[in-house]
Design a protein around this ligand. Sequence first.
Ligand code: DX5
Ligand code: ZN
Length: 223
Amino acid sequence: MKKLIISPSILSADFYNLEKDAEELKKCGADTLHVDVMDGSFVNNITIGQAFVQSIAESVPLPMDVHLMIDRPERFIKDYAVENVNNICVHPESTDHLDGTLQQIMETGIKTGVALNPATPLASLQWVIDKVDLIMIMTVNPGFGGQKFIKAMLPKIEQARELIDDAGKDIILAVDGGVTGDNAPEIVAAGADYLVSGSYILSNKNLSVQQAIAELQKAETRK
Ligand code: DX5
Ligand code: ZN
């Protein structure tokens, strides 16, 4: 059975005390740290940039998965290809040259990822699938943490799973947005093997970080 990966989003963390939060997340069983980079143009929010990612790279105790929600990410790939970054995810709409951008990521030796907005079809992966290590199905419209999971994305997750199985390549299927202990079982049953979760883990009024991660881990992984 494949291990289900839990990746807390630092969007819901305390940026000022990130190291402390990251230590706790690791202790509680998180596998990676999801880093949401937003530029105020591709999405209506601004978070952090490459200087921040570079400065935490050496000290965070978990590998980072960098989710670039920025226009023309091809300009900055090298800046994010730093120590401790496991994969870099880009959105097809953000670049005129998805193939070239993925190629650039590959050349840094870091895993590639493509994030698909709710309305973006899986077909946008058709001609680049051989360059993709991770597909991230967005189950909210990107920009903010704490939004509600869009249930209509469940069949899309199933179709992404089929696409991966047909591709005959070990591509990770990640889901990002509104993931909670309640919906994690159906997300995993649909074929996901990687859950990004922000507010449920880090600003949960009822559960501790440890309990929230344990709830997510309970979602049985695909056999
Ligand atoms: C949304 C981000 C997500 C978000 C997840 O634009 O890409 O990673 O932070 O947070 P929750 O789990 O609160 O939806
Ligand atoms: Zn994200």
